[in-house]
Design a protein around this ligand. Structure first.
Ligand code: FPP
Length: 260
C-alpha cells in the first residue's frame, strides 16, 4: 500500500507503476448544458448532477479510493442568477439532510473546504454537522469543495503565515512547500493523483491549483449528469496507463542512460 502522506513519491526508489489513485478530484461540469440539450431548466441538470454525485461516491467506495474531492460550488459561482445560486444551496442542504445517515453508515468521513464566512448560518451549521457526524469515519474521505477558490485559499494561507511571522510565532525562513501546504484548507490531505473534468472543457477553473502540481488530468466529453460507474472506471483506467515521473525520469530511462 502506498503511503498517503507522501505527495511526491521517490519513483527511483519505488519503480512500481502507481496504478490506483489514492485521491481523485472531480470538476462536475455540464449540468446546465445537459439540461438545455433536453429542453429542461438548469435546475433539472443540477438535480440530476446530485444523483451523479451520489453515484460517484458509491463508486469511489467500491474502488476503495482514500479521497474523493468534489467541486460543488466555486467562489465564482456567486455571479450566477440568484435563483440558480439558491437552487444550488438547496441541493447542498438536500444532500446533507438526506444522505448524511447513509454516508455515516458507509464509514465516509466528510470534510468541507472553502470559505464559510459568506454562507448563511443554516448552511454553515449543516456543513459543521456533516463533519462532526462523520468525524470517526475510516473509509472514504469525501471532501466537498463548497464556496471554494484555489487562489483565495492560497492568498488566505499567505496571509495566515504573514500574520504568524509578524507576531513572531514563525521565522519566514522556515516557510517551505510543506509548511505552506499546512496552512491550506487541504492540510494533511495528499495531493490529488487524478483530476477528472466532465463536459469537454479542459481547464482547472480555480480548483486545487496548488495541490494539482503533479496531478494527472482526464477530460471526459460527457456532461456531469451522465457520469456513471463506467465513466469513472474508464478515467481510473486511463490514469493507470499514464507514466508519472514527478519531474524525474523513469527507471527504464535511467537504466538505458547507464548502458550508453
Ligand atoms: C457545473 O455545471 C456545476 C456546478 C456549478 C454545480 C455542481 C453541482 C452538482 C453536481 C449538484 C450537487 C450540488 C451540490 C451543491 C452538492 P454548470 O452549471 O456550469 O453547467 P454548464 O457549464 O453546462 O452551464
Amino acid at each position: 500500500m502506498r503511503s498517503v502522506t507522501s505527495n511526491k513519491p521517490d519513483v527511483a526508489a519505488d519503480p512500481r507503476p502507481l496504478r490506483v489513485p489514492v485521491h481523485v478530484g472531480v470538476i462536475m461540469d455540464g449540468n446546465g448544458r445537459w439540461a438545455a440539450s433536453r429542453g429542461l431548466p438548469r435546475i433539472e441538470g443540477h438535480r440530476r448532477g446530485l444523483e451523479a454525485l451520489r453515484g460517484a461516491v458509491r463508486t469511489a467506495i467500491d474502488f476503495k479510493l482514500d479521497y474523493l474531492t468534489v467541486y460543488s460550488f466555486s467562489m465564482e459561482n456567486w455571479s450566477r442568477p440568484v435563483t440558480e445560486v439558491a437552487d444550488l444551496m438547496g441541493l447542498l442542504k438536500r444532500f446533507i439532510r438526506n444522505d448524511l445517515a447513509d454516508l455515516k453508515k458507509a464509514n465516509v468521513k466528510i470534510k468541507v473546504i472553502g470559505r464559510r464566512d459568506d454562507l448563511k448560518p443554516d448552511i454553515r451549521a449543516l456543513l459543521q454537522e456533516a463533519e462532526t457526524a462523520t468525524c470517526g469515519g475510516t473509509g472514504l474521505n469525501l471532501i466537498v469543495a463548497f464556496n471554494y477558490g484555489a487562489r483565495q485559499e492560497i492568498a488566505a494561507a499567505a496571509r495566515a503565515l504573514a500574520e504568524e511571522a509578524r507576531s513572531g510565532l514563525i521565522d519566514p525562513a522556515d516557510i517551505d512547500e510543506a509548511f505552506f501546504a499546512s496552512r491550506l484548507d487541504t492540510a494533511g490531505v495528499p495531493d490529488p493523483d487524478l483530476i477528472i473534468r466532465t463536459s469537454g472543457e479542459q481547464r482547472l477553473s480555480n480548483f486545487l491549483m496548488w495541490q494539482a502540481a503533479y496531478s494527472e488530468f482526464v477530460f471526459l466529453p460527457i456532461h456531469w449528469p451522465d457520469f456513471d460507474r463506467k465513466a469513472f472506471a474508464a478515467a481510473v483506467e486511463e490514469f493507470g496507463a499514464r507514466e508519472r515521473r514527478f519531474g524525474g525520469v523513469t527507471p527504464a530511462a535511467t537504466a538505458s542512460a547507464a548502458r550508453t
